[in-house]
Design a protein around this ligand. Sequence first.
Ligand SMILES: *Cc1c(COP(=O)(O)O)cnc(C)c1O
Length: 410
Amino acid sequence: MAKINDNYLKLKAGYLFPEIGRRVRAFAEANPSAKVIRLGIGDVTRPLAPAVLKAFHDAVDDLGTTDQFAGYGPEQGYDWLINAIIEKSYKPLGVSLCTSEMFISDGSKCDCANILDIFALDNVVAIGDPVYPVYNDTNVMIGRTGEANEKGYYENIVYMPCNEANNFIPALPTQKVDIIYLCFPNNPTGTVASKAELKKWVDYANANNAVIFFDAAYEAFITNPDIPHSIYEIEGAKKCAIEFRSFSKTAGFTGVRCGLVVVPEEVMGTTTTGEEYSFNKLWLRRTTTKFNGASYPVQRAAAAVYSDEGWKQTKEIIDYYMENARIIREGLKEAGVTCFGGVDAPYIWLKTPGNLTSWEFFDKLLNECNVVGTPGSGFGPSGEGYFRLSAFGHRENVIEAVGRIKKNLK
Ligand SMILES: *Cc1c(COP(=O)(O)O)cnc(C)c1O
């Protein structure tokens, strides 16, 4: 019989979202007339911007004509999309990139996972706690870790606790690490890092020949003009950082699928024999061998985000979510709840009132307010005692949910 990759067996069963689903179903069956409002999911709810939708339709029509038909495109993505992103999203930040440094993909989750292909297994990896579970689980799957302990921490991964005491920005590791995952604005905590804070990480990476994986999936939600949108706004970052971006939350592409990776030419690693080698070259090789590009209509739709109309309409949708975030944040504060995030990110991370555990607060909110959120402990042990609410819902539901919570907690 063929042998399986038994690293997969080290994974804890997907517990968080199935368990939420189970409890919500049980509640709904027992209380059929209750109107349950879901502020738990990390999915968007607004439709595509009209200019984006039009470009998407037009590109599908192209495929039906002999002249405009598009078959295989460049594996790295079309130049017209890459150039639009560089001009509209990076130049205004003072960041200049070459087209050869950007790779268009079918989403950022795959990129965050696939990037591990081009790094040796004996690199030491550091990830935040709480964290987007993809970073942790993909390292388990590829065989970099031992088993998990009773807390859920895997052997050979360096976990960096993020909590109130450190403003949800991890401290530099005390042991040497080779790969560091950073996500700002953060999912799940909704918190951000200043330029000075990111500079510490870039300096650490350059001093230790480490590589930073910077997940900027939520950069478009930043409202504070001093908060960096890209790691490359930090001096020295082009030597040590790979950045991930996604159209999913920015432009409502969770079902459309488009993302991108930036691998600057200067980011170097070493071979087993000690010579320097460029990660950009390896990623290009990986991409051309294992990927045939994001679909043509999807890339046309993504490019339309950068048209004057598409840009304006996309910003309006982001503003809608951020107004939801404000309503949630201010409502909770009025109810006496301590909360974080929600200013530069569509997530509010709250401290459970009365020292309840994350799951106890989940049950209280579900039973007494008929509101569903996400227990912080599901994102890692340091999330215990915290709870995530998402601003991606419909406005009237957000207002109703916040009203119920305020009434309940007052
Ligand atoms: C939603 C999200 C992504 C984007 O994933 P896609 O595959 O592009 O939809 C990436 N990172 C984080 C932290 C996210 O929450």
